[in-house]
Design a protein around this ligand. Structure first.
Ligand SMILES: *[C@@H]1O[C@H](CO)[C@@H](O)[C@H](O)[C@H]1NC(C)=O
Ligand SMILES: *[C@@H]1O[C@H](CO)[C@@H](O)[C@H](O)[C@H]1NC(C)=O
Ligand SMILES: *[C@@H]1O[C@H](CO)[C@@H](O)[C@H](O)[C@H]1NC(C)=O
Ligand SMILES: *[C@@H]1O[C@H](CO)[C@@H](O)[C@H](O)[C@H]1NC(C)=O
Ligand SMILES: *[C@@H]1O[C@H](CO)[C@@H](O)[C@H](O)[C@H]1NC(C)=O
Ligand SMILES: *[C@@H]1O[C@H](CO)[C@@H](O)[C@H](O)[C@H]1NC(C)=O
Ligand SMILES: *[C@@H]1O[C@H](CO)[C@@H](O)[C@H](O)[C@H]1NC(C)=O
Length: 587
């Protein structure tokens, strides 16, 4: 009797406190979201010099609690961002590639994360060494364990005019930078290869597989690929992205023709999405992380585990914050699959950032709390000094984890100050060009081949006698002499790509090789005169055969040359080069 009474009483207490908790929880969630909204507005106001528009999605306890747009998707026309405005999510796409592969592997008994690639791609597939050829697996590709060259951004920005099948053939020419499985070495091209593996396993193009396997089942109905948006010319609710933006509203929008470069690179960074769709995507990962141990979930759960420990150098690169300097500690521990695994104030987090063509994005998941946040901005702001994403993610994380926020509206605006002792990164100085070539212009003329990139061709314009170049998908422009012997500058339309410095190597008075330097440990890329390089694989895109910046047509129109003058005028002495270096990098 007494026992029943106690049980009854405690049940009653439990019921009471539950409803009480529920009541306070609802009001406090509303309050918290109201505070968050104010916080976002404060951060945007104080960082308006670098952020035209922002989109944000928050999932808490599996529910979508917040999906909102801020600022402008088009600053010239004053068009607002809403929660369905599309942004390039860049390298967040890598987690889609991992998820797609998990889905495909779940259907099959004969392939796992650890099946050698050569068993999937066939005997003719190989890397430069037998060890990698025999051993390398999807897990190695997705956790950045390959240690192969990833090529300088200066070359990648010209665009490889090959399909993924031909890329898979050409990986045999990729040089080793680190011995296999010894260093985390982030690679976009290895994700393109992983995308091709998906195509070979499932017999359909990567883009179709992702639509059918992930976007549509999740109801991500607006989500698409940057090159598809370009082809369909559907930018009805699509953010312009800015490669330059300042507080006086001066801006330079990216030339969307550049989206063509991602056709090959879709598996590494081609997805465009919005807050509403990405909220569903966050939910999907949170379900898988805590879901039943069915085949898909088991495979996907590998993505949230440390597969390969980051080296101190890459930790430095990832620019996390450390407790001795900051009031809290945030740490990247290593690579998962298409994701990076770490800790935030002692809680497990799984994250990825991305930057492409003037868009920057960040996604953070807290699998144990079934919460997460996604942000994207239409300007290049993943700079240590101007990072709006991390400030917002830290604030949302504190909300999801029920911790006291450590950033207030003052420090959110000054972050990483007053804490950081990291020196501001130095800006590269554009090289000085000189008036005349030190030798006859005809000496430079020729086709210089590279087995991965194809030909870099230098020719004399039949119309005006200027020296011009042609390389890859969009590399078109003028060749200029530099104020240094045996160096030239390849310069295209400034809203397309940054100028590239090239060294010349000669033998017996003849220019034999053009050498594009790599940032160590990345080796230089050498183009050799007369080297026969194969054509693509028939899937490559039609290349407009423009004559540098002067002729009309393709991506090299007179309007673009005009833009150069406008840009120089508007931006005065602003170092153009540094801004454009941001154009083609996915992280
Ligand atoms: C997206 O925005 C619309 C309009 O403001 C709003 O009604 C809707 O609830 C938002 N969606 C989500 C998931 O928050
Ligand atoms: C997405 O489109 C499908 C098919 O048209 C539709 O059934 C579904 O409701 C849509 N989902 C959302 C979230 O709009
Ligand atoms: C254009 O894209 C939007 C998503 O941003 C989509 O809702 C719409 O259906 C698309 N229109 C066409 C004609 O494809
Ligand atoms: C595995 O479980 C998830 C839910 O956690 C579900 O969405 C998915 O369809 C399941 N997959 C299979 C192959 O049963
Ligand atoms: C914000 O936080 C900083 C450092 O944590 C503190 O010095 C400052 O007083 C706080 N400002 C406000 C307005 O609370
Ligand atoms: C070119 O280089 C020489 C010697 O290095 C230097 O004296 C000269 O000022 C430079 N000219 C320009 C335009 O930078
Ligand atoms: C590259 O240039 C060589 C001449 O050096 C030519 O034979 C070859 O067809 C060119 N290849 C491509 C893919 O354009």
């Amino acid at each position: 009797m007494a026992k029943t009474f106690v049980v009854l009483l405690s049940t009653l207490v439990a019921v009471l406190s539950q409803s009480e908790v529920a009541a306070t929880a609802t009001t406090s969630l509303e309050e918290e979201l109201h505070d968050l909204d104010n916080f976002v507005q404060t951060v945007l106001a104080c960082r308006s010099d670098s952020v035209p528009g922002l989109t944000i999605a928050v999932v808490r306890n599996r529910d979508v609690v917040f999906a909102k747009g801020y600022g402008r998707r088009d600053s010239n026309r004053g068009l607002p961002v809403n929660n369905r405005t599309l942004f390039g999510i860049a390298s967040l796409t890598k987690s889609f590639t991992a998820a797609l592969l998990a889905d495909i592997l779940a259907e099959r008994d004969d392939v796992t994360w650890d099946t050698p690639l050569v068993d999937i791609l066939g005997e003719e597939f190989r890397f430069q060494d037998e060890f990698r050829t025999k051993e390398a697996t999807l897990r190695d590709l997705l956790a950045h364990k390959m240690g192969l060259q990833k090529f300088p951004d200066s070359i990648l920005q010209f665009g490889s005019n090959v399909g993924r099948a031909e890329l898979a053939r050409r990986v045999r020419y990729f040089a080793e930078v680190h011995p296999f499985r010894t260093e985390f070495y982030y690679s976009n091209l290895m994700y393109d290869l992983a995308g091709h593996v998906a195509e070979r396993l499932a017999g359909k193009p990567y883009e179709q597989l992702l639509r059918e396997g992930i976007f549509l089942p999740l109801g991500m109905n607006d989500t698409t690929f940057l090159p598809d948006a370009l082809e369909e010319e559907n930018f009805s609710n699509f953010a312009e992205s800015y490669v330059m933006y300042d507080k006086n509203g001066r801006s330079l929008a990216l030339n969307r023709d550049l989206y063509r470069l991602l056709k090959l690179n879709n598996p590494a960074g081609g997805v465009a999405s919005n807050a509403v769709d990405m909220a569903r995507y966050l939910q999907y990962h949170l379900r898988a992380a805590r879901g039943h141990d069915n085949d898909t979930n088991k495979l996907l759960q590998e993505a949230y585990k440390v597969q390969f420990v980051s080296s101190p150098r890459s930790e430095e690169r990832l620019k996390e914050i450390f407790r001795p300097q900051f009031p809290v500690g945030v740490m990247e521990k290593g690579a998962g699959l298409g994701l990076v695994v770490g800790e935030y104030r002692g809680y497990k987090k799984v994250t990825h950032g991305g930057r492409v063509f003037g868009f920057t994005s960040l996604m953070t998941l807290f699998p144990d709390q079934t919460g997460g946040v996604f942000t994207s901005v239409n300007s290049p702001v993943i700079n240590w000094d101007r990072d709006v994403h991390r400030v917002l993610h830290y604030r949302v994380a504190d909300m999801l984890l029920d911790l006291d926020p450590w950033l207030n509206t003052t420090t959110a605006c000054t972050y990483p100050q007053p804490w950081s002792t990291r020196p501001a990164s130095s800006q590269p100085v554009p090289p000085a060009t000189s008036r005349d070539f030190p030798r006859d212009k005809r000496d430079y003329v020729g086709s210089y081949g590279n087995r991965v990139f194809g030909n870099l061709t230098i020719y004399l314009s039949p119309t005006d006698g200027t020296l011009r170049f042609r390389a890859g998908l969009i590399g078109r422009g003028v060749v200029l002499p530099l104020n240094a012997t045996n160096r030239i500058l390849l310069k295209g339309p400034p809203d397309m790509f940054a100028p590239v410095q090239v060294s010349l190597e000669e033998e017996g008075g003849t220019i034999r090789r053009l050498v594009v330097p790599g940032v160590p440990p990345e080796p230089p890329v050498v183009f050799e005169r007369g080297l026969k390089v194969p054509d693509g694989d028939g899937t490559q895109q039609k290349v407009p055969d423009g004559d540098g910046t002067q002729q009309k047509g393709g991506c090299t129109s007179g309007a673009v040359s005009g833009a150069e003058t406008a840009v120089h005028g508007a931006w005065g002495g602003y170092p153009l080069l540094t801004v454009f270096l941001l154009v083609f990098v996915f992280i």
